[in-house]
Design a protein around this ligand. Structure first.
Ligand code: HEM
Length: 129
């Protein structure tokens, strides 16, 4: 895949990924529909913003900023302390989709990323229902 085709490049590199992540956590704070997702997170979201930003840069085909700092993400294991079922998965995905729309991501790119996010979020489920 050429450099220009990565989600990282299409979102506008690091500043674009950061804008998406910031919108994602702003919405999680603001929208009552994401309240149970918000409750799983720490009271301050500053660390969550940084970690998701670093992770997504690499996951979207850009620099591996998360791995440089923390090693292999072991994402499923790192989510085991949190109870994640279908409702939590769907709130995460809806919040991310809204963030993509509101941060101005191209619609075709947003659909492509939504499908990829679904696979990752579904794999994170660790409880029934
Ligand atoms: C399926 C629903 C999901 C829920 C309920 C959820 C919830 C959480 C929570 C509560 C944390 C801890 C936040 C903190 O320590 O500040 C976290 C961390 C994290 N999440 Fe998720 N998450 C979900 C899906 C995802 C997906 C799909 C991705 C990536 C595409 C992701 C990437 C991350 C990363 C990179 C971290 C930081 C891990 C660390 O270094 O501790 N999460 N998530």
């Amino acid at each position: 895949m050429s450099e220009a085709a990565t989600g990282f490049a299409l979102l506008g590199g690091e500043p674009g990924v950061r804008a998406l992540v910031d919108r994602f956590y702003d919405l999680m704070d603001l929208e009552t529909g994401y309240a149970s997702l918000r409750r799983l997170h720490p009271s301050t979201l500053d660390g969550s913003r940084d970690k998701l930003h670093w992770f997504l840069c690499g996951w979207l085909g850009g620099p591996d900023l998360y791995q440089e700092r923390f090693g292999h993400p072991r994402l499923r294991a790192r989510h085991l302390p949190y109870q994640i079922g279908i409702a939590e998965r769907d709130q995460w995905l809806a919040c991310m989709k809204q963030a993509m729309v509101e941060s101005g991501a191209d619609a075709v790119l947003a659909d492509r990323l939504h499908a990829a996010f679904f696979t990752t979020a579904d794999w994170m489920r660790n409880k029934g229902g």
